[in-house]
Design a protein around this ligand. Structure first.
Ligand code: GLV
Ligand code: MN
Ligand code: MN
Length: 414
């Protein structure tokens, strides 16, 4: 490892230019970015990032599942130190979630090449895909492609809201879904992801950086409540089997149940469908999503079971049928302690204040950490806003994070 007594300087202006330009791809007039995986905006963003990677002197390569890599070859080119994050966004998301980690990695590699020359070990920056699971129920798709944990049946089974399968969408984006196994990487030594905090701890405490100790676990459920469609004018209130009335009661009671558990337990019911969806028809079917999280796996499972018991009881009381499917599940994930120390040393070299903290958001790092040493570096989110157009990290904070990332990568690769 190189002794890094000096911070690696990054080009603050170019980082900001890249953040602004990438944030325009998929930006909507109402405010917010819509850049679902394999969409036209996503393809355009990927091409733009590839161009910036080439301009930074990196070797550019895409894989079969949709990831994009920029490589800085080391003297020993047999293994890889990887950094980066995801390019896809939630609907009407911000300009920083995922994007900043890719761009900070890119700018860090560019600075390292300029200031320190060829590394001893190869460095690579990656733009991962479908971290959010916003288009397909395929959380961490790019990461799972790299790790070899995509199941063959997912290609034809996973569909978006329009009914398109993930393999059709991949083909439209110019990818070759059948070759998904070719995306598997055996050469990765470590992964470091810079990300916005997406909460307000660093902002409130005026601390420059968060060193993540562990990432929370989550479970997603898709719940279907079935009642009976009837006439809105002629069916007395006491004779209805209204699926929406039942689902609304479920929503309130589930939230209360998790509130009673206390912090850091959280539950969100963010996606709803009401059928048949007419003003004068009593809804006969409602589907909604549940996102429940806790950093302790046992508590998460206990909460998920209590939630299920609660909505089943409400359905029974109201004469409704309820069924559910677990669409995503991730275990809490610890970050590598030696890599955390490298990040802490780099923060201190750069005279940045830091604190250790957990992550309440899910990240590619939590999947990658199960396979190789992984660490995360958080930069502050103004007022903790994220998954919204209001998401913002100041240019100073973004640049400081990228400087610390570059300094840590220098230590690891030179
Ligand atoms: C990803 O942003 C998640 O935590 O849902
Ligand atoms: Mn996100
Ligand atoms: Mn993210």
């Amino acid at each position: 490892m190189a002794e890094h007594t000096q911070p690696i300087q990054i080009d603050t202006e170019i980082l900001q230019q890249y953040v602004d330009a990438l944030g325009c791809i998929g930006w909507q007039a109402v405010g917010g970015v819509i850049r679902p995986v394999f969409s036209t905006a996503w393809v355009q963003a990927r091409e733009q990032v590839a161009e910036w990677m080439r301009a930074a002197g990196l070797e550019v390569r895409g894989d079969a599942v949709g990831n994009l890599f920029g490589r800085l070859r080391g003297g020993d080119d047999s293994r890889t130190i990887l950094t980066g994050s995801h390019l896809d966004t939630v609907p009407l998301g911000g300009k920083f979630d995922g994007a900043l980690g890719i761009l900070a990695g890119l700018v860090a590699l560019r600075s390292l090449l300029e200031q320190a020359g060829q590394p001893r070990r190869s460095l690579e920056v990656v733009a991962l895909c479908e971290e959010e699971g916003s288009r397909f129920p395929a959380h961490y798709w790019g990461t799972r492609g790299m790790l070899g944990t995509i199941q063959a049946d997912e290609l034809e089974r996973l569909r978006d809201d329009q009914g398109e399968t993930i393999s059709e969408a991949m083909r439209t984006a110019g990818l070759a879904p059948r070759r998904y196994r070719e995306a598997v990487r055996q050469d990765l030594d470590v992964f470091i992801e810079l990300h916005i905090e997406q909460g307000r701890i660093l902002f409130d405490e005026r601390i420059n950086l968060g060193i993540v100790q562990a990432i929370t676990g989550l479970q997603h459920q898709w719940v279907t409540v079935k009642g009976r469609a009837d006439h809105a004018g002629t069916t007395p209130m006491d004779l209805r089997r209204d699926a929406l009335q039942g689902a609304a009661q479920m929503a309130i009671e589930l939230s209360r149940l998790v509130e009673q558990e206390g912090r850091p337990a959280v539950v969100t019911l963010g996606k709803w469908e009401v059928k048949p969806g007419a003003v004068n028809v009593i809804p006969d079917e409602v589907n909604f999503s549940i996102d429940v999280r806790h950093p302790d796996e046992e508590t998460k499972q206990r909460l998920a079971a209590a939630i299920r018991a609660r909505y089943e009881a409400i359905a029974q009381e109201r004469g409704l049928a309820v069924s559910s499917e677990i669409t995503s599940e991730s275990l809490p994930s610890g970050m590598d302690s030696a890599l955390q120390s490298v990040l802490i040393q780099a923060a201190e070299t750069c005279e940045a204040s830091w604190r250790a903290m957990p992550s309440g958001a899910g990240h590619d790092s939590q999947e990658i950490a199960r396979h190789l040493p992984t660490a995360m570096l958080f930069v502050p989110s103004v007022e903790g806003r994220s998954h919204s157009a209001a998401e913002y990290t100041t240019p100073e904070d973004a640049a400081r994070g990228a400087t610390v990332l570059a300094t840590a990568l220098h230590r690891l690769a030179y």
